[in-house]
Ligand binder design. Structure first.
Ligand SMILES: O=c1[nH]c(=O)c2[nH]c(=O)[nH]c2[nH]1
Length: 292
């Protein structure tokens, strides 16, 4: 029997970077979590411990901080592309790099140039992969929590001996959306595209009369692809945040779809991707994409 080294990569995960830019008393905060991953000719370190080709993960972390000083962070896609290209172009052994960035948003406290409030849990994300002269960009968002109190049904599912779930034609539908979308083409306005895709996802969630969260997922992905030519594929992960009608009959009260127990676990987890049938090949776009 022989043993060989399989696919591998290494980098620094969850680098917490906060960069403040000051324009007089008007300050801007870039609050990012950055992850790097490099791959290439790295058999030696695994097989013999020879580290001659291993750019230390500590150096990768330092590079992220230094880049934030040397130029404004700007759009997270551009920041990630600059870093990934730096690693692949300066280290001969490194043939590929993925840089993932989450942006945590801060909202200015009205009337004050240097005080902020955390805008909630939602994060804007990107994961950029560079191999040689090629680059792939997968951007998205995480923890966008949405809820609707009408326009959601769930029925017609099989009833076997273990089924207790009641059919419903009027339920509360809630989820925390994680979305990734893969870009194709050139000259993309990252910020504008992000804002438009986010709007489209929200509108589709709100407007689509839902017979299942799966149907809503497809409608959300489809809406993005119909309106945004720069997007080749959308992947969605949506936990079903169940809202169970509480039985108030022990208290002599009726419950006419008004009072719910919002259960946090377990939850249904509905995931899927929607793509153009003529999408550009995904190449290495999804390689090593962090899914947490
Ligand atoms: O939209 C839903 N999809 C399911 O697959 C499912 N399963 C379940 O118990 N409730 C729901 N709701």
């Amino acid at each position: 029997m022989g043993v060989v080294l399989g696919p591998n990569q290494y980098g620094k995960a969850e680098i917490r970077l906060v960069a403040v830019r000051r324009d007089g008393d008007t300050h801007t905060v870039d609050d990012l979590t950055v992850g790097t991953a490099l791959w290439g000719d790295l058999a030696d370190t695994h097989l013999t411990g020879d580290n001659a080709k291993v750019l230390a993960t500590d150096t990768q972390k330092n590079t992220v901080f230094a880049f934030a000083k040397q130029a404004p962070v700007g759009e997270i896609e551009d920041f990630a592309l600059r870093l990934a290209r730096h690693f692949t172009s300066t280290q001969e052994a490194i043939t590929g790099a993925r840089v993932a960035v989450d942006r945590h948003s801060w909202t200015r406290i009205e009337g004050n140039g240097h005080s902020f409030t955390r805008a909630g849990d939602e994060k804007r994300t990107t994961a950029v992969t560079v191999e040689g002269s090629r680059a792939w960009v997968v951007s998205g968002l995480r923890d966008l929590v949405v809820l609707k109190t009408a326009g959601s049904e769930f029925h017609g599912f099989p009833r076997d001996r273990y089924t207790t779930l009641a059919e419903t034609t009027d339920r509360v539908l809630a989820t925390s959306v994680t979305a990734w979308w893969r870009y194709q083409g050139r000259g993309i306005e990252w910020g504008e595209s992000f804002r438009r895709v986010r709007e489209i996802l929200l509108r589709a969630f709100a407007v689509k009369h839902s017979l299942s969260l799966q149907q809503t997922l497809y409608a959300m992905g489809e809406a993005v692809l119909l309106e945004r030519p720069e997007v080749a594929e959308v992947r969605l992960s949506m936990p079903n945040r169940h809202h169970f009608e509480v039985d108030l009959s022990p208290f002599g009260l009726s419950n006419d779809n008004e009072v719910f127990h919002a259960a946090d676990r377990p939850y249904g987890l509905i995931e899927g991707s929607v793509l153009r049938d003529d999408a550009e090949d995904a190449g290495s776009a999804w390689r090593a994409l962090p899914t947490h």
